[in-house]
Design a protein around this ligand. Structure first.
Ligand SMILES: Cc1ncc(COP(=O)(O)O)c(C=O)c1O
Length: 444
């Protein structure tokens, strides 16, 4: 007796969204600065497991099953929402699910994944797993997925990710707006949403503008990627989009709060970001009908709100909160990221010229594949174990650490400081930024 028009479903799987069972489209009346343009939010937390990524999880699995892939265990690098969808679909379909993910993901999201039955492998990585980070979530998932009886769906490379939106999100919006949509706006993570929905909408009307919103470098908005991170994403197709805009933490969180308080919409931070971008990109003209994707709701972002709105936590603000060691280490790492000890590649060049010791803390293999001539290879693992060779005897010697993307160098900085080295710096963005900014591989 499943009948989506009555919201009656015989199985949780029937609740997955599609043109006959769409997520709501809500007109925003209060926060919009426009006189003429109509702005609609597509409320993706109405998907059965709470986020836009349920569509992707379902389509990745459907695709693997239809191809006849055989597996009992699924593994996926995920910043949370795809994991939630896959965990729940695995429960429904009888698979075991493992998520590899960054320790920087909010604790409440990790707890929810565990509560949903997922096995977690937590690693030092960026909020959104970074391709090319050899010790990161992606590499670990690839390694685990290659075991017999295991399968990695790989939302970052699998065309079934954008295809989920080509089959569902795009057609839903086309139908819900009765073909009147003129502008489509989405925040950018894997870029499955913008690329798949954008392709569908343009196939119906090539005049529809497809617009992307990304966070600023060093952002704190779970689920989305900065331009530097996007350049490594397979489905980032700027040539298919009609506009891109950058939004900073402050703008995103401010609009998120206004959505909550003025519009009574329980949107999360990345919805605030997408809408802030929409307001910058959409022209205020008669006939404009814009649809903005709101990926998920506010309830899993307690940690983010604690950081951006400490006044919401008056009792805890006074008393120290008991925290597991990983959360403390995580916080140390986050504070260190913003400390003056994290320096630009240009400042690294300057310090090395002045006699600083440059330590490349990547693995021997990575170092051998290309390094700065002056850099000494002291892998992070050897510093952690206390077996590092080549560290200066003089604890007052200036040291600069560098790695692939600036994460391991930060851990090395903290470890060296804990060992009594007084002047340790970490080169921001690692070799990735070094090469992007075209600094030479020989400094002096
Ligand atoms: C929570 C969340 N997940 C995912 C995404 C991005 O979707 P996609 O990976 O399809 O680019 C967003 C975009 O704003 C998001 O906020």
């Amino acid at each position: 007796m499943s009948d989506p028009t009555q919201r009656v479903y015989d199985s949780i799987l029937d609740m997955l969204s599609g043109p006959e069972n769409p997520t709501p489209l809500l007109r925003l009346n209060r926060v919009s600065p426009f006189k003429h343009a109509k702005v609609y939010a597509k409320l993706e937390w109405y998907n059965p497991f709470g986020a836009v990524k349920d569509r992707v999880a379902a389509n990745l699995l459907r695709d693997a099953e239809e191809r006849g892939q055989e597996f009992e265990n699924l593994v996926e690098p995920t910043s949370g929402n795809t994991g939630m969808g896959l965990a729940m679909l695995s429960n429904a379909k009888g698979y075991k699910f493992t998520a590899t993910l960054s320790l920087a993901i909010p604790a409440e999201k990790r707890a929810a994944l565990r509560a949903f039955g997922a096995n977690l492998v937590e690693l030092s990585d960026e909020l959104c797993p970074m391709p090319g980070a050899p010790e990161g979530a992606m590499a670990r998932a690839t390694q685990m997925g290659s075991q017999s009886g295991w399968h990695q769906l790989n939302q970052y490379k699998n065309p079934a990710n954008p295809d989920a939106h080509f089959r569902t999100t795009g057609p839903e919006i086309w139908k819900q707006t009765q073909g009147t949509i003129t502008h489509f706006v989405a925040g950018l993570g894997t870029c499955g949403t913008i690329t798949g929905s954008g392709r569908f909408l343009k196939s119906q009307n090539p005049g529809i503008k497809v617009l992307g919103v990304h966070p600023a470098e060093g952002h704190d908005i779970p689920g989305v990627r900065s331009l530097r991170q996007l350049k490594l994403a397979d489905f980032f197709k700027p040539e298919e989009y009609d506009g891109l805009v950058e939004i900073d933490n402050k703008e995103a969180y401010a609009l998120c709060r206004r959505l909550n308080q003025e519009e009574s919409v329980i949107a999360g931070p990345s919805s605030g970001m997408a809408l802030a971008g929409a307001f910058k990109l959409i022209p205020d003209e008669p006939g404009v009908v814009a649809v903005v994707i709101f990926p998920d709701n506010a309830f899993k972002y307690t940690s983010s709100f604690r950081k951006h709105w400490p006044e919401l936590f008056p009792a805890q603000a006074a008393a120290p909160v008991a925290s597991p060691a990983s959360d403390i280490l995580n916080a140390v790492q986050r504070h260190a990221e913003n400390s003056p000890d994290v320096i630009s590649p240009a400042d690294t060049v300057e310090l090395v010229r002045q006699g600083a010791v440059l330590l490349d803390v990547r693995t021997v293999k990575e170092y051998e594949d290309g390094h700065i001539e002056e850099a000494l290879n002291v892998p992070l693992a050897s510093i952690t174990e206390g077996s590092a060779q080549g560290l200066p005897a003089d604890r007052s010697q200036t040291i600069v650490t560098i790695c692939g993307i600036g994460k391991r160098s930060l851990s090395a900085l903290l470890l060296l400081k804990a060992q009594g080295y007084e002047k340790v710096k970490s080169s921001r963005g690692g070799m990735l930024l070094w090469n992007e900014e075209k600094h030479p591989l020989k400094i002096t």
